[in-house]
Design a protein around this ligand. Structure first.
Ligand code: VGL
Ligand code: ZN
Length: 179
């Protein structure tokens, strides 16, 4: 068994002060660093939401979200509290203008990278529980990986109260482990 940590979208725009701030999003920084440094993982991946400026998920383009994580901007950079010396690979997603790109597997090499390294199991952490963490975890299950989500290492947008809890329940019903 080989295990990877996938740190989803721990970026400036998803943390307080950012364009699509997840409440308390920065509070998981120490937990993420601890996981990445734990020695429990053979591979540590960080995904970044990395949108073109005309992305369809932006309100100005008819979508649900404020402009966020435009490729190359400060808001799209990984949060400075994340210890990048522990990150082996950065995977950029959300680059297709027409699709939401919530999942780290959507339109990326993530599956290939994991298979190449013989990864069988992934732990998914980061932001946001109810969007990109959820979709990444569900896609990992569909792709045949064993999936764990650490509820202490994720935070949600919570457009509706309970969204994060429902997202975690969905991951568990699909075969994921909450630990
Ligand atoms: C995300 C909304 C829009 C996320 C990305 O990282 O969860 N949420 N784009
Ligand atoms: Zn996005």
């Amino acid at each position: 068994m080989s295990r990877a940590l996938i740190i989803v979208d721990f970026q400036n725009d998803f943390t307080p002060g950012g364009e699509l701030a997840v409440p308390d999003g920065d509070s998981i920084a120490a937990k993420l660093n601890e996981l990445a440094a734990s020695g429990d993982f053979d591979l540590v991946i960080a995904t970044r939401d990395w949108h073109p400026a005309d992305h369809s998920s932006f309100k100005v383009n008819g979508g649900p979200w404020p402009v966020h994580c435009v490729a190359g901007t400060l808001g799209a950079q990984l949060h400075p509290a994340l210890d990048q010396t522990r990150i082996d690979v950065i995977v950029d997603k959300g680059q297709d203008v027409a699709t939401d790109g919530y999942s780290g597997f959507a339109g990326t090499d993530l599956d290939e990278i994991l298979r190449e390294r013989g990864v069988t199991d992934v732990t998914v952490a980061g932001l946001a529980t109810d969007y990109c963490v959820k979709n990444t975890a569900l896609d990992a299950l569909r792709a045949g990986y064993g999936v764990t989500v650490d509820p202490g290492a994720v935070r949600g947008v919570e457009i509706e109260a309970g969204d994060s809890e429902r997202a975690l329940a969905e991951v568990r019903s699909a075969g994921g482990v909450l630990a």
